[in-house]
Design a protein around this ligand. Structure first.
Ligand code: S3P
Length: 176
């Protein structure tokens, strides 16, 4: 049976899901998991290698399988890959996992955070800034529709965002 009890962070690449997720997990003394890390562990391949050998479709299959498996786990804080919302089949899965928070970041912040990292195959394009812009346009409505709560992260420190996630989750789960 699915018991919705996790805290799930969604948002674009470089929006701070992993950093904030670690902090939230620390505050609640819950385990932290990262769907990208689980996919990599299970595949025994890096994300660029999965994209190169299995294509984006193969990566998405693996990502959905990880989500399904997490439904049966004890409460944890889950950071997801930025494209998890692109698969309609993940909508009921994510919602069934628990409280879903969208960490919304500005295009400029995202670009500043991801521009030196070559581990994101979708951004290995001639004009990554435009790619970020276009993907954000496509995905914004999806993040919005998947999330119970949106946090505009611009100008906030990870600690402040983590505090907001914890307090909202407490409220969502009806804790005193
Ligand atoms: C992706 C985001 C990445 C990773 C993969 C695809 C995307 O995760 O899952 O490179 O489609 O936005 P992060 O959001 O953790 O960078």
């Amino acid at each position: 049976m699915i018991d919705p009890h996790h805290i799930v962070l969604i948002g674009f690449m470089g929006s701070g899901k992993t950093t904030v997720g670690h902090l939230v997990a620390e505050k609640l003394s819950w385990p932290f998991v990262d769907t990208d890390a689980l996919v990599v562990e299970e595949a025994g391949l890096s994300i660029p290698d999965i994209f190169a050998t299995e294509g984006e479709a193969g990566f998405r299959e693996r990502e959905s399988a990880v989500l399904e498996r997490l439904a049966g786990e004890a409460p944890c804080v889950i950071a997801t890959g930025g494209g998890i919302v692109t698969q309609p089949r993940n909508a009921p899965l994510l919602r069934s996992l628990g409280f879903v928070v969208w960490l919304s970041a500005s295009e400029a912040d995202i670009y500043a955070r991801v521009s030196r990292n070559r581990n994101r195959p979708l951004l290995q394009t001639p004009d990554p800034r435009k790619t970020i812009h276009d993907l954000l346009e496509q995905r914004r409505p999806l993040y919005e529709s998947f999330a119970h709560l949106t946090i505009e992260t611009q100008g906030l420190e990870p600690e402040e965002i983590a505090y907001g996630v914890c307090e909202s989750a407490r409220h969502y789960y009806g804790a005193p």
